[in-house]
Ligand binder design. Structure first.
Ligand SMILES: Nc1ncnc2c1ncn2[C@@H]1O[C@H](COP(=O)(O)OP(=O)(O)OP(=O)(O)O)[C@@H](O)[C@H]1O
Ligand SMILES: [Mg+2]
Length: 356
């Protein structure tokens, strides 16, 4: 799929912006703090209705405004009648909270890479869970709703654990929550494992193509439940840990405690990989999403790559650019001029954009 055009009003440092990108590689070049990342964020909002860098709506509207709008055309690009004009608004409500409104297009997908993705490699387990849930959400549209449901059940169960730390009836009161947690929890774990399996094949292939060394990279889903796939296994684990849970006042097993092991040549990338290697693996994890997401959605996702070449050596940069040549629509930002054959180059300057 592609973005045909986008029209942005009062978003971040843009007052108004009209931009018609090319269907392939778009290079967005400009000095620091001019609006390159902001533009990628607007493109992502148009497609997914969500920012890839913040969950706080209030950060996105241009300072001082009451409303911000992003509209544009999404083109499915497979010859079928797939062209949709979408419009998204952020509006300040009377209680000062921001409301995000707009319809979503069932086949539209976006994959974003930014500096914060380094956290997938060297951050806490939560960053890796978010990564795999984001990917699973692009593959299976019901995943994110199940995740919300799981978090509600978990919060409810944790409250019960805290209230009944000393009660005799704790087990009976927890039972219905255990069952719900086990059912939704296993559903999440099942989709996460499928997502990891889909990622692995592509990850190995792309890393081989991009790395100038002969290393191999591998991801594995880690859970205290091992290979178990039945809700009964999670239910049994909850029953086993219940005493400790009552003492601690929190749920100690389930998908909210799982992790992703990321290894280069069999060693933990978090502890042993060089900075450049970590950047490359983080980028490759995002690129590895492309094919599985394209298969699931029936059209290739749009790629938003924020400063994806920084910290990579010239040889690896060349290889990354070559790999991007095979992708559909890509937006790549850089503070430095890049010479790429066939790419459309745009200069981003103080909330404006001009073709070069
Ligand atoms: N809500 C907002 N309203 C107005 N301006 C904003 C808002 N949020 C951020 N900005 C401005 O946008 C600028 C940053 O833009 P952006 O992050 O897109 O820069 P960039 O071109 O990606 O720079 P870099 O090369 O450093 O990554 C900030 O300097 C800030 O002044
Ligand atoms: Mg930036």
């Amino acid at each position: 799929m592609q973005i045909g055009w986008i029209h942005v009003v009062d978003f971040r440092n843009y007052r108004t912006l009209e931009y018609s990108p090319t269907p392939r590689l778009n290079l967005l070049i400009g000095p620091n703090a001019q609006g390159k990342t902001n533009l990628l964020e607007a493109l992502g909002m148009l497609i997914a209705g969500r920012s890839f860098r913040t969950s706080r709506l209030a950060e996105m509207p241009r300072w001082g405004v009451e409303r911000s709008t992003i509209s544009g055309e999404l083109v499915r690009g497979d010859g079928s009648a797939g062209r949709r004009v979408v419009r998204r608004t952020l509006t300040k409500r009377e209680d000062d909270r921001w409301q995000n409104a707009g319809e979503s297009v069932e086949w539209a997908r976006v994959i974003a890479f930014g500096w914060q993705d380094l956290e997938i490699i060297n951050g806490a387990p939560g960053a890796r869970r978010n990564f795999i849930d984001g990917f699973a959400g692009r593959l299976y549209p019901t995943h994110l709703a199940a995740l919300v449901r799981y978090r509600q059940i978990l919060a409810r169960r944790n409250r019960l654990l805290q209230q009944h730390a000393h009660g005799d009836d704790a087990a009976a009161r927890l039972q219905p929550w255990n069952e719900q947690l086990a059912a939704v929890g296993m559903e999440l774990m099942d989709r996460r494992r499928k997502a990891v399996a889909a990622l692995q094949t592509e990850l190995a292939r792309i890393y081989r193509a991009l790395s100038t060394t002969r290393s191999k990279v591998e991801v594995r889903y880690w859970t205290a439940l091992g290979e178990a796939t039945e809700p009964a296994a999670l239910l049994a684990a909850l029953n086993r840990t219940q005493r400790a849970e009552l003492r601690r006042g929190q749920t100690l097993v389930g998908p909210h405690r799982d992790d992703l092991a990321i290894e280069i040549d069999g060693v933990d990338a978090r502890a042993f990989a060089s900075r450049g290697q970590q950047r490359l693996v983080a980028l490759v994890l995002r690129l590895a999403e492309v094919l599985p997401v394209a298969e699931a959605a029936g059209t290739a996702p749009v790629l938003l790559l924020d400063d994806a070449l920084s910290e990579l050596d010239p040889g690896v940069r060349e290889l990354v650019l070559r790999e991007l040549g095979a992708a559909e629509q890509v937006f790549l930002t850089s503070p430095e001029t890049l010479a790429v054959k066939g790419a459309a180059v745009f200069q981003v300057n103080a909330g404006g954009i001009a073709p070069v």
